[in-house]
Design a protein around this ligand. Sequence first.
Ligand code: BES
Ligand code: ZN
Length: 453
Amino acid sequence: MNALEYAQQNKARFTEELIDLVRIPSISTTPAHRPDIQRAAEWIAGQLKAIGFETRLYETPGHPLVYAEWLAAGPDAPTVLIYGHYDVQPVEPLSEWLTPPFEPTVRDGDLFARGASDDKGQVFAHIKSAQALLETEGKLPVNLKFIIEGEEENGSPNLDPFILSHTDLLAADVVLISDTSSRSLEQPSIVYALRGMCYMELEVRGPRRDLHSGSYGGAVHNPAQALCEIVARLHDGNGTVTVPGFYDAVRPLDEDERAELNKAPYTEDELKRETGVPAAWGEAEYRLHERIGARPTLEVNGLVGGWTGHGAKTVLPAKALAKISCRLVADQKPQAIYELVKAYVAQITPPAVTSEVRLLHTGSSAITDRHSPVMEAAMAAYEEAWGRRPIFMREGGSIPVVALMQDVLHAPVVLMGFGLPDDGAHAPNEKLTLECFYRGIATSISFLKRLNA
Ligand code: BES
Ligand code: ZN
């Protein structure tokens, strides 16, 4: 039996194991879930150990990193480093889940659970690929390392220092990451560009404490209103960000890329179907996939201020807060964008309130090489497992570690995603289509073999 046949025959068992993993509520942003984070890390380490990897948990000031290696392919074989994350996003609003987020349920071939697609199922496909190869051939075609973190959804605050201080441990010829999506089941795709991130919070303050809105309303500038006035000035009517200098460093798409991306343009109909919005929005001079993949944005993630509880309370709040993030593209620098936003907000803050912009976390954008032998191996692996050659896509989301790995490990990065656009990552009813999981295992097996053919 070869590895592919082994994977085929063990689909049901692998699915049951994945269900055990996604049952663990490893939400990284909520301190109360720390024990679950620990459990998820140990569960994954246990899997890797059981299939023959040397495994170790590295403690960090935050959540542990799972590191595992199998280096018996020898010094002449290439070394592959697989990165992924075992942490998941919060689950709110809980009432919108058809089945509870940590009670995994299979419906119509989809596995519903928080983290099924982002990113536990995708990482797990590689672990099962390694298992299938080891069980049938007794060895792997390459030296293989895993680094699986528990803080990706929280901006990876402890990963960069770890990578910088463990470059020998992590040294590799290829970095493989599965934390993205394919275009569809019929049309696989490889993501070659990710956006960066500059996450901020904007606080507007007015009176020393909350005031009676009857006694002071009309004479004191309401911070919740002033916040909205500021936020309303951050875009113009075209959806273009108004912060001076915001677009100065943006690297335009070249004609080659534009043609490539236009092979499967994202349509307004698809957008409407996936999201339920009545119309698309944004910079009219760019196509939808360009707005998402090649243009930076400024988003309001949430607004808080004043009375938001049940019923009515007449109050003029002392302060209001907005969570604001910018998705960045090459060659924008997150810190420089923070300085620009801060300066502009200071300039447009109404005189009867004060404001402060605080930086929460940053991440760099990344572009990977579309024309390399490693990328060719990935294309061929998809073609074998999905029956169709993949197309290249830019992704609007962020995986901040990609840029750092490129810089520090000097290795090509391949973004071999096994999700689908409708997986509902970060949303209620997240799912992984099990067919993607099985094809993911097959793609991984084929890719690793091709690296040392
Ligand atoms: N898996 C995503 C990255 C992603 C998002 C890929 C959308 C494809 C489409 C990853 O887990 C993620 O959500 N990253 C965060 C990073 C942020 C906290 C710096 C993101 O993009 O919001
Ligand atoms: Zn992810």
